[in-house]
Design a binder for this molecule. Structure first.
Ligand SMILES: CC(C)(COP(=O)(O)OP(=O)(O)OC[C@H]1O[C@@H](n2cnc3c(N)ncnc32)[C@H](O)[C@@H]1OP(=O)(O)O)[C@@H](O)C(=O)NCCC(=O)NCCS
Length: 168
């Protein structure tokens, strides 16, 4: 039997290609048919390897999840951007390659991101998810998140509702 090693660590600039690849596939998997095609393509196009290398260098905290040395997921986190909410931390993004979803890896990556935010001294955290992203909503509710706020994000004139989940 083959043993798979799972590792979660901070990203380094040389991970940029692999993260851009995961980002591309995970976003298409999650949002095709929900976010208009042109807007989705443009968002993915902006987030190529150069964008990621820059994000990693300029201290945005990026975590990667590796299976036997292959990056199959990432999370980005930092200070909560919504000033009206009291939670200090935020997980901006948490994405896995489609073929690695549903086997407990998201739960692990979420726990690591949460631990890192606490380690930075942030009290509480929030995560935003699009309301139509039923999988993400179940995931965050199942992880104990409380649905505390709503908002709207507009993509190419299509307005999509989003929900904030919070942990204290
Ligand atoms: C959302 C995501 C991070 C969850 O990670 P995951 O590894 O697939 O989830 P896990 O296997 O760790 O599951 C943890 C729990 O969430 C639930 N869950 C996860 N995905 C789900 C889905 N699509 N539908 C319903 N429940 C889901 C699981 O049932 C599980 O609960 P259980 O143990 O009680 O059965 C991952 O599926 C993903 O990257 N999805 C696409 C991108 C995305 O939507 N990201 C979030 C953007 S805000």
């Amino acid at each position: 039997m083959k043993t798979l090693s799972i590792d979660i660590r901070q990203a380094e600039p040389q991970d940029a290609d692999a993260i851009a690849y995961v980002h591309d596939r995970a976003w298409r998997g999650a949002y095709a048919g929900m976010i208009p095609h042109r807007a989705l393509n443009a968002m993915i196009g902006r987030r190529g390897p150069k964008w990621w290398a820059h994000a990693i260098r300029r201290s945005a905290t990026v975590l990667v999840l590796e299976i036997s040395g292959e990056i199959v997921g990432y999370a980005t986190l930092g200070r909560n951007r919504a000033r009206q909410l009291p939670q200090q931390g935020e997980i901006y993004e948490l994405y896995l390659s489609p073929e690695y979803q549903g086997i407990g890896l998201g739960r692990r990556l979420f726990a690591a991101a949460r631990e890192m935010l606490a380690g930075h001294g942030f009290k509480g955290l929030i995560v935003w998810a699009l309301e139509e992203n039923a999988g993400a909503l179940s995931f965050y509710a199942g992880a104990g998140g409380r649905d505390i706020a709503e908002g709207v994000e507009v993509f190419d004139q299509k307005a999509l509702r989003k929900i904030a989940f919070a942990w204290d």
